[in-house]
Structures are given as structure tokens and as C-alpha cells.
Design a protein around this ligand. Structure first.
Ligand code: RIB
Length: 295
């Protein structure tokens, strides 16, 4: 049976350093802690879907090295189908993640094997396709085209942000952006729910029927055919925001795949991301279904 959600994207090993603040040029600073943890926006979203009980397959590439093996095992341990995670020559993707005292992260990504990911009709199947921008954009467009033609719901997280090819916009059903991505894609200021709603509405005019802007502590704005709604965030002590957006997307898609309404799915996403930010790491911080409140 095909997985209901297929994630086409990146797998990275995250090398996370906790710091009081980012060092200045030429400065050496003592870090407060170090964690090696499976990450990558694609793999994180796959894990977030799987931990909410969805049936998920991952399409991606790792290198022929220890990090690649560890990433594949981590996904499989979460029940993600890794039959289409290929091993290629060279290094697995690595992300150097610096997390400051406020829990904010700064990420430097070396894509490695992620550059070798290819879209083809054989490996892509499901009701939902989740895309990000850590694999070649030409392949992201191809994957979206294949799955759009098959009637799947195509979900795009335009991260790391870049200008999107014109042909991609009309293939996307749901776009999920943070404030930086929404501002970059629209050229509009995005700093609060009011201006995020304007940006989300403007993005909808380019193709996606649903546009979502995540605003961290200010919650989430959803724009769809029923209008714009703001969903407040929950107040928690933030430890590390890494993978919060990925967790939101995975939990939201898992809820949609389980038949929940868009509003209910957004609330599930917020609840999962709220738990995620209270814990360190990427995949290490993504919650399981049994940790969620409510049915
Ligand atoms: O979204 C968080 C992820 O971005 C990290 O896990 C890191 O690997 C980068 O891809």
C-alpha cells in the first residue's frame, strides 16, 4: 500500500552547538553544549508526520558514510519507509546549528548528497507530497509536477528561501512560510498577524489555494478560500526552535491526511511545534502522538 504522505527532500546530520550568543568575526568563544542529532528539513517533516501516526515514505539521498547510515536508521526506527533513500558517493548533508540563549538558531548547511536527489514517477506515490528547498529546485519542480498530475495535495515549505520558478507556483496547493520566507517571496513586511495576513493573501494570488505564515511566538496565520484566520501561539519556555517549522508542517499534514479540517490541522501543528521548542535538537525534539493533548 502506498504511504499517504511522501516527503521529497533533505536528510542532514545536525551538529548543534549551544552558545550564549553568536561569536564575532575573529572571536573564539566557549560553547555551552554539543549535540549530534538527525535533521534535515525533509527528514524532520517525515519524522513529524510519522510520530503523529501517518503512513510516510521519504525520497532523498545520503552519502556512503556513517552519518548516512545513522540518518537512514533513525528514519526507519520512526516507521518511515526508507526504500527510496538512496546512498550516493560523497558525504551526507551536514548542518552546523548554533542555538543561542533565546533558543533561536542560525544554521549553516553543507548539502552534500542532497544535491543528488532526483524526482521520478516510480518513487513518488501518495495523497500528499511535502517539499522544501534543500534539494535541487529543478527536481522539486519535477516532483511537484508528477504528484500534481496524479491529484496529490502538494505542500511546499520554501526553506531555505529562494525565488521560486514561475511554473512551481501553480503546482502547489498549500504553502507554509515563516516570516522571513513570506517577506522575501512577497516583498512585503511580515512581522505580525495583520501584515502576515496581507502577505498570505498575496501569495494565494500566485497559485496555492492555502497559504500559511508561521510567526513563532505570535502564532500562525492561515489564508484559504474561507478567508484569513489567526491562531495564537501557546506560551512556553523556549529552549531550541530548531525543527519547529518542520514539526508544525508534519503534524498539520498528518492531521489533514487523517481527515481533520484545515483549522483543526493548524491547531495540531501549533501544539506539536510548541512541544518541539521546549526540547533541544531537531528530530530529538519532535513529539509523539501520545504527547499531544486532545483526541
Ligand atoms: O529546519 C531545521 C533543519 O534545517 C535542521 O535540522 C537542519 O538540518 C536544516 O536542514
Amino acid at each position: 500500500m502506498a504511504a499517504s504522505i511522501v516527503v521529497f527532500g533533505s536528510l542532514n546530520m545536525d551538529l548543534m552547538v549551544r552558545v550564549t550568543r553568536a561569536p564575532r568575526a575573529g572571536e573564539t568563544m566557549r560553547g555551552l553544549g554539543f549535540l549530534t542529532n538527525p535533521g534535515g528539513k525533509g527528514a524532520n517533516q517525515a519524522v513529524a508526520c510519522a510520530r503523529q501516526g501517518a503512513s510516510v515514505a521519504m525520497v532523498g539521498c545520503v552519502g556512503e558514510d556513517d552519518f548516512g547510515e545513522a540518518l537512514r536508521h533513525a528514519l526507519a526506527a520512526d516507521g518511515v519507509d526508507v526504500a527510496n533513500v538512496r546512498s550516493v558517493e560523497g558525504s551526507t548533508g551536514v548542518a552546523v546549528v548554533m542555538v543561542d540563549a533565546e533558543g533561536e538558531n542560525r544554521i549553516t548547511l553543507v548539502p552534500g548528497a542532497n544535491e543528488s536527489v532526483k524526482a521520478d514517477g516510480e518513487t513518488l506515490a501518495g495523497e500528499f507530497l511535502l517539499l522544501q528547498c534543500e534539494v535541487p529546485m529543478s527536481e522539486v519542480v519535477l516532483a511537484a509536477g508528477i504528484m500534481h498530475a496524479r491529484g496529490a495535495i502538494v505542500v511546499l515549505n520554501p526553506a531555505p528561501v529562494c525565488q521560486l520558478p514561475d511554473e512551481l507556483w501553480s503546482l502547489v496547493d498549500i504553502i507554509v512560510m515563516n516570516e522571513i520566507e513570506a517577506a522575501e517571496l512577497t516583498g512585503l513586511p511580515v512581522s505580525d498577524p495583520a501584515n502576515a495576513a496581507i502577505a498570505a493573501s498575496s501569495v494565494r494570488q500566485r497559485g496555492p489555494s492555502t497559504a500559511i505564515v508561521t510567526l513563532g511566538g505570535q502564532g500562525v496565520v492561515l489564508a484559504d478560500e474561507d478567508g484569513c484566520r489567526h491562531f495564537p501561539a501557546m506560551d512556553v519556555q523556549v529552549v531550541d526552535t530548531t525543527a519547529a517549522g518542520d514539526t508544525f508542517i508534519g503534524a498539520m499534514c498528518a492531521a489533514r491526511a487523517a481527515g481533520r479540517s484545515m483549522d483543526a490541522a493548524v491547531m495540531r501543528g501549533i501544539q506539536a511545534a510548541t512541544i518541539c521548542v521546549t526540547r533541544p535538537g531537531a528530530q530529538a525534539s519532535i513529539p509523539y502522538l501520545h504527547e499531544m493533548a486532545g483526541p
